[in-house]
Design a protein around this ligand. Structure first.
Ligand code: 9G3
Length: 571
């Protein structure tokens, strides 16, 4: 392709609303343009990248026996009512009506549609297992669309659904997808890690997320450098620490703590370790106010709390509620004598002796609080948010933490959807059984953005060869120098004839502009044709990653470039 004919609207200035590198660079390098909040045009370069990622995904899905199909984006409300999810999801579900006033939604995912398809078309154990997938636009009306393609309201997803006769079959399908996903992200040139995750509202047991390491990522993962444990913090468990268990319980006593509300203030004032404090956090739920107790140096994992309570809504109470419930301002609530509130204690709490808590009274705390003696929780469970330094559940070594972007997730659904929707098959003995399902997603557009987050420098994008929009750009230094233009054209033509993905930057621009754009767009290889090339017959080939330059005789350029590309694609 000739740059003069391509729509690559590069920008020098940084878009004002772009908070993360991938958003800034994809806009500046002319890959994407916003149409509405969280809704983007994918310009020709972006589409080429998307198609490459999709091709890798298709190969790996097909390798595992996946069959591609396309399901509708417009989905009837009836199916969502049957699964019960029409009412579970609120404003995040894009809803619309047809001319007859019938309800529909824009597909945020396709469990309902595919389960309906399978219940109608699959009757016998002989038709199983089945792996069905599609690559398609998805719609979710995010509260705060941001970070460009990382959290859009319309995005491209590959979603695959597995159907098996039993749990053992599902385990095999899950293994296949785990393997396929690892291959996909490796082939895309990403540094990533599969981590144990939380299945959230969709239910199901086993689930892994594939996390691409990146500072801009919204996922926090903890992992062990000593064994292979890795998990999303939302899911991570760390064994409870036993602090103060050897002490003799002392008599409960109230002490004045004027104006000391925070853990730091109270521990400094009383001269005690934060590990001696019981932190009491009040949450509002549809079951009323709940007091969650964790050690002073810990935080509450709200997702675990929500799960243990079995509630859908779980928000930190405002100060008016805190006062009404505890009779004191924020910072002085405690479990002793706290009436009319459900108390949920973390595992560590019950092992503490002579602890410090709020006294449910302004400017006062209780010391020598002994759980079991002085208060009785309604629920004891693992409620703690794991952080770096906590003990690994596998080998007790301290965990590390890092940020990342979730580019894929795989779930074992079991019979959650097949049961409610009645998707059954007849087994060998003619008995009807629910099909056992799994679902598996890859964010295609998100993977493109994640690749940019991981592969860039101050000058622009550095595409891995496997997903680069083009592999080579040929840059004549002066478009007014006939000899240079001729040599550049010839180089371009020979590469093109060899089937190499090449752009000729034939625009009437200054050399500085063309070099800057080449770096910004991130072509893996740049071939420069200047005065020296014309004189010596040698072309300068520069690698975008690392900046290494080599001079190659013009007649050898095709084989040289081909070798580099083939080497890179072979991994
Ligand atoms: C909704 C809305 C948002 C949603 C969902 C449903 C997330 C929803 C989870 C999944 C699970 C898997 C198939 C591919 C792999 C992931 N956000 N999820 O179900 F109605 Cl508005 O999508 N689906």
């Amino acid at each position: 392709m000739r740059a003069s004919q391509l729509l690559i609207p590069t920008l020098r200035e940084v878009p004002a609303d772009a908070e993360v590198v991938s958003h800034r660079l994809l806009v500046r390098a002319g890959f994407i343009r916003k149409a509405a909040a969280g809704v983007y045009n994918l310009l020709p370069l972006a589409l080429r990248v998307v198609k490459k990622i999709e091709a890798i995904v298709r190969e790996e899905m097909d390798r595992q026996g996946g069959q591609e199909l396309v399901m509708p984006i417009i989905q009837p409300a009836e199916l969502w009512q049957e699964s019960g999810r029409w009412d579970v999801y609120g404003p995040e579900l894009f809803r619309l009506q047809d001319r007859h006033g019938r309800d529909f939604c824009l597909g945020p995912t396709h469990e309902e549609i595919i389960t309906d398809l399978v219940r109608n078309e699959v009757k016998s154990y002989r038709q199983l297992p089945l792996l069905l997938y599609q690559i398609q636009n998805k719609y979710r009306d995010e509260r705060r669309p941001r970070f460009g393609l990382l959290r859009g309201r319309e995005f491209i997803m590959k979603d695959l659904y597995s159907f098996d006769r039993d749990q053992a079959g599902l385990d095999i399908s899950y293994q296949k997808m785990f393997f396929a996903y690892s291959r996909v992200f490796e082939r895309c040139g990403l540094r990533f890690r599969p981590v144990e995750a939380d299945s959230g509202a969709i239910g199901g047991k086993d689930t892994h997320e594939f996390i691409v390491f990146a500072e801009a990522g919204e996922s926090t993962i903890v992992f062990c450098n000593h064994c292979d444990f890795a998990a999303n913090v939302e899911r991570a468990f760390s064994p409870p620490e036993r602090f103060g268990v050897d002490e003799e319980p002392a008599p409960l006593r109230e002490v004045a703590t004027p104006g000391r509300r925070t853990v730091a203030e109270v521990t400094a004032f009383l001269g005690v370790d934060a590990k001696r404090l019981i932190k009491t956090l009040l949450f509002e739920t549809e079951q009323g106010v709940v007091a969650a107790l964790v050690r002073g140096d810990r935080d509450v994992n709200e997702i675990k709390l929500q799960k243990e309570l079995g509630v859908l809504r779980c928000e930190l109470a405002d100060s008016a509620t805190v006062e009404k419930v505890s009779g004191a301002g924020p910072g002085f609530a405690g479990p002793v004598g706290l009436a009319g509130v459900k108390i949920a204690a973390d595992l560590e709490i019950m092992q503490m002796t002579n602890a410090v808590t709020g006294a449910n009274k302004d400017d006062a705390h209780l010391v020598n609080v002994n759980p079991g003696r002085d208060f009785q929780p309604d629920l004891v469970a693992d409620l703690r948010l794991v952080k770096a330094g906590d003990a690994c559940p596998g080998c007790a070594h301290p965990l590390s933490a890092t940020q990342g972007i979730e580019v894929g997730q795989i779930f074992k659904l079991g019979d959650k959807y097949s049961k409610v929707l009645g998707a059954t098959y007849l087994d060998e003995s003619g008995q009807a059984r629910p099909v056992i399902m799994g679902c598996y997603g890859i964010g295609i557009t998100r993977t493109m953005a994640a690749a940019v987050e991981q592969n860039h420098d101050e000058n622009g994008i550095i595409w891995p060869f496997s997903i680069a929009p083009f592999h080579v750009v040929v840059v004549p230094v002066s478009d007014r120098d006939e000899k240079q233009m001729e040599m550049a054209q010839k180089t371009y033509a020979s590469l093109l004839a060899a089937g190499i993905e090449v752009v000729l930057d034939d625009r009437p621009e200054r050399p500085g502009v063309k070099f800057k754009d080449a770096d910004l767009i991130g072509y893996p290889l740049r071939i420069t044709v200047g005065k020296q090339a014309v004189r010596s017959g040698e072309l300068e080939v520069k690698k975008r990653a690392g900046g290494e330059t080599t001079f190659v005789p013009a007649e050898k350029i095709v084989s040289y470039v081909r070798e580099i590309i083939e080497g890179a694609l072979a991994g």
